[in-house]
Write a protein that binds this ligand. Structure first.
Ligand code: ADP
Ligand code: MG
Ligand code: ZN
Length: 551
């Protein structure tokens, strides 16, 4: 067998392997069943293309997209490798050429769409041509959990059993359910050699901040990076427009992008972003899939992404060129509430909801991390790492304290009030505020009344936010604003587990507050209210809020 390094340079023209490639190539070339998980752009194709050249016989590559197959076949041929594809996009001549090459034993790699496996002749063909390895690209397509599910991927397991050849599966999706499903469906549950590599992007600086004045926070972040290309991700279409406007008013070149825009307008933004230096695109998650700009210097999230995978994907668009890039993700209790509600209200089946909840929890855990964020992010992808020195928590270690007693007090306030109230009321009870609501319900008689006087209201808000982030309490989907205790909190309540919290208090905007009191909560009034709030804020030069009250 020719050495892998030789083929790497002589055929592919690469000076060395990327992280993880060498081990995967070795395992696949030896004929071990292999599952390799690498991020997008990590160089998965090489991990089956190179072993295909080291092994006797033909390597069959199952790939979900005709365009992907064509690109790879073209690139391989340009490097002098005999490769071909059988797809529904072929012309008759192309197909004939492939069959001829197969019959003459000239082909090393045969690409095939999964649909092809449904046709009866395929197995006979693959036997006849001496298939010695099956490579499955985008293997997460076998998972019924995912969005990319392709029913024909389910036939690959049968094919492996029938041909009795090794199988190597590749994907960028690292979450555990998907991984387990790949093992079950492709390998009959027998653990393949598994490689999980290269998720670290050391040039990307990670940072989270608690949302207090979100617009100000984003404007400040952008101001410190004036003239650099960046993306701001927002949770709603409307916000992309208002925030882009605010950035322009602050002297940046910025435009918005979301799925509600005409295709032409979206295309315009994509082209400008690709070509111009220093453009800021304020977008929903609709922006990104086709974006391949190497020098995006920063990515900010004005709202919390929906899962840790989404977060990783979105920040991963920064710094593809390897030069330093910055990120900032804002989050607050409202984000947590919104993301939970989206999962609760979605149409997904119960198991799927549990998985989505777990993915959101992983992101919240990252947001509320108490030490190196990168280490925690990589741990989620199954990689171990030393503290990185390139995240906000490594830069400035947070002030930590043993929060066990504090959390117990808060949980007991939640339980003693029947899991029917929101953080504001519970904090009033804990800090001993005898408000009307507290008195009317007799909550000033509870044993928890005033037990949290040693901490300020702002400190308690930070504690409740962290409790939400650690999934110790959850908003009740049935009762607006009410918090329930979760099973995860029981060990703490029983004294079987401790919890460390951060002492970062949310700084509330300083200075006087202008108020517009309104008694009608009719929906159509809302936009008028917002305009009024804006006018008031501008006239008085202080923050203004719309407060709903029933009095
Ligand atoms: P993935 O499928 O993991 O998203 P690809 O296989 O498409 O990634 O590879 C991404 C890019 O990296 C391609 O342009 C490929 O040629 C390049 N690449 C892969 N391996 C190496 C290497 N060892 N050295 C340099 N470039 C590489
Ligand atoms: Mg790929
Ligand atoms: Zn770190």
């Amino acid at each position: 067998m020719q050495r892998a390094e030789e083929i790497l340079s002589s055929v592919f023209g690469f000076a060395g392997f990327r992280p993880g490639q060498a081990e995967i190539v070795a395992a696949v070339a030896e004929g071990r069943n292999t599952l390799a998980i690498m991020p997008t752009g990590g160089g998965k194709s090489l991990c089956y293309q190179l072993p295909a050249l080291m092994r006797d016989g033909v390597t069959v590559v199952i790939s979900p997209l005709i365009a992907l197959m064509r690109d790879q076949v073209r690139a391989l041929r340009e490097s002098g490798v005999a490769a071909g594809a059988l797809t529904s996009g072929n012309t008759e001549e192309e197909t004939e050429e492939v069959f001829l090459a197969l019959d003459q034993g000239r082909l090393k790699l045969l690409y095939m769409a999964p649909e092809r496996l449904a046709s009866g002749g395929t197995l006979t063909l693959l036997r006849r041509i001496g298939t010695s390895l099956i490579a499955v690209d985008e293997a997460h397509c076998v998972s019924q959990w995912g969005h990319d599910f392709r029913p024909d991927y389910l036939r690959i397991g049968e094919l492996r059993r029938a041909l009795k050849v090794p199988l190597a599966a590749f994907t960028a999706t690292a979450d555990e359910e998907t991984r387990a499903e790949i093992v079950t469906r492709l390998f009959d549950g027998a653990a393949p050699a598994t490689f999980l590599r290269g998720f670290d992007r050391p040039n990307i600086h990670l940072a989270f901040a608690v949302k207090n004045q979100p617009r100000r926070q984003i404007l400040d972040f952008a101001a410190a990076r004036r003239g650099q290309s960046g993306i701001v991700y927002c949770g709603t279409r409307a916000k992309t427009e208002t925030l882009a406007q605010a950035l322009r008013e602050a002297g940046h070149v910025a435009c918005h992008y979301h799925g509600g825009m005409e295709a032409d307008d979206r295309r315009q933004v994509e082209i400008r972003f690709q070509r111009e230096d220093g453009l800021i695109v304020v977008a929903t998650v609709a922006f990104g899939m086709g974006i391949d700009k190497p020098d995006i210097r920063w990515v900010a999230h004005a709202d919390l992404p929906k899962s840790i995978e989404a977060y990783y994907q979105e920040i991963g668009r920064a710094g593809r060129d390897g030069a330093p890039a910055e990120t900032l993700t804002l989050y607050g209790p409202d984000d947590i509430r919104l993301r939970r509600a989206q999962i609760d209200e979605g149409l997904a089946p119960t198991e799927r909801k549990a998985a989505d909840d777990a993915r959101l929890n992983a992101l919240l855990g990252l947001a509320e991390a108490t030490c190196c964020r990168r280490r925690r992010l990589l741990a989620y992808f199954g990689e171990t790492a030393e503290p990185c020195g390139a995240c906000d928590l490594c830069d400035t270690p947070p002030d930590l304290f043993d929060g066990t007693e504090t959390v117990r007090k808060a949980l007991s306030a939640v339980l003693r009030t029947g899991e029917s109230f929101g953080a504001g009321h519970l904090i009033d009870i804990l800090t001993g505020q005898g408000t009307d609501k507290v008195r009317e319900r007799g909550h000033d008689m509870l044993p928890t009344f005033g037990v949290g006087r040693d901490q300020s209201k702002a400190e308690w808000q930070a504690i409740f936010r962290q409790m939400l982030g650690h999934d110790l309490i959850r908003p009740d989907p049935e009762r607006q604003g009410a918090l329930r205790m979760t099973d995860a909190a029981r060990p703490i309540l029983r004294g079987e587990a401790d919890i460390t919290l951060r002492r970062d208090t949310i700084r509330t905007p300083a200075g006087p507050v202008a108020r517009a009191l309104v008694s009608d909560e009719d929906a159509p009034l809302l936009s008028a209210l917002k305009a009024k709030r804006r006018a008031l804020a501008e006239a008085a030069r202080v923050p203004a809020y719309v407060i709903f009250t029933d009095r």
